[in-house]
Design a protein around this ligand. Sequence first.
Ligand code: ME8
Length: 499
Amino acid sequence: MSFYVTTPIFYGNGDPHLGHAYSTMAADILARHMRQRGEDVFFLTGTDEHGEPIAQAAEKQGITPQELVDRSAGRFRDMVGKVNATNDFFIRTTDQGHIERVQAVVNKVKENGYVYEGTYEGWYCPRCADFKNENEIGPGDTCLIHEIPLDRESEQNWFFKLSAFETELERLYEENPERIQPDFRRNEALAFIRQGLNDISLSRSQISWGVPLSWDPDQVMYVWFDALLNYYTALGYASGEEDLTDRFWPASWHIIAKDILKFHTVYWPAFLMAAGIEVPQRIFIHGYLLMGDKKMSKSLGNVLDPFEVIEKFGADALRFYCFREVSFGQDGSISTEGFETRYETELANDFGNLASRTLAMVTRYRDGVQPDAEPDPLLAADFDGAPARIEALLDEAQLSQALEEIWVLVRRLNRYVEEAQPWVLAKNEADAARLDQVLYSLTEGLRIVTLLLHPWLPESTAKLLEALGQEDLGLAGYGSRAGGTKVEKTEPLFPKLQE
Ligand code: ME8
């Protein structure tokens, strides 16, 4: 089965921050998990490089827009690597391959009769690149999101007949509620659609930094359509030779945050319908990571720097913390103190110690060979069906619930050590068979949780799996590997923090 997951493409006029890293890590967790299941995976991320804010930022810095986006694409690519994301392609909307395909799709939308010429008159937020409806306007004609004055715009341009898709969109989500997750976000999308949809500008005439319309090159495409189309165009040229569209479209999941819900759940499927292209299967809308109770944002100056965290603790710790601390889908606060607590108590103690204790005992009592014994039935009940449960949760992109289920097993193994007391059994030759069983079961349980944890903790689990003599990453059930494998001790996976 093919599995195609995307992140938003981030604005190429800023620096990557933890919010961008968050969506990237989320998509990567799903991609890695699906590869473990043997699926045919494609994972896309990239940068959104056209539009007014970018042209303005470049002008301020005295450089060309192209120079500006070249620099920031480098920084975003770097972020993707640092969080250890395994994207298959990094799309830039200034790629020639993207531009050509955007033009082809928009021509199709026009051919199909959904484009007309008109005058736009209304309020526009340059930071959102969004035309605002009455109920999206704050006091004094300001943007509710950015709290800046809106521009009154009046210009002659091409329109997209969004209104023609009202009924079809409503039906899409009523008949297939799973398409937008979590459920409360689907209700938001439906509420927006049911208010009635106005046609929107498809092009802008006062901006030149964008994709020109082929039938009217004085106009550039409205940046949101250009940007949204990345998910589709990338498949056409990402691999160089093979066109991957048939293999991966429609996307399995678009991962985004709530700020861009309307664009993804309303504009995007409508545009695809107008072009006669299948709509994406599912959209997961996560919340915001907040510092205290404030949104993290560059303009508010309260950004927790993911690069610093990774430098100090490694990417695994960040990947773990974000999905453990904040339930994926909800808003949630993060903090340095919270991070340190989870690092110590959960990564270093619960998981790190379990791993080092287990490997140390097998080394000490059984010369580093996992004994061959029947799996202890005491653990079987807890591990029964565990991979299938995690798979089912991850099919719904429930990243935090899946992690919690795995953590229950990590804790169960720690309790098992305390209950079984291998160090007591080791003192008495008569308990040798029982010690074999305990060490077999513990090592086997550790192998299962390590495989399950791999998408969140790719680096440390890779080390641990090597120490466990486990070569492939395929998910496995408790008791599926017989004993006899040589294991090795490891350095602490999550070293204690130095003051
Ligand atoms: O909107 N918490 O780009 P953008 C969690 N170019 N996620 C956050 C976050 C936070 N505090 N802050 C940002 C754009 N994000 C457009 C997208 S897609 C066709 C075009 C993440 O650079 C989250 O994924 O403003 C959010 O949707 C995205 O960054 C916005 O990135």
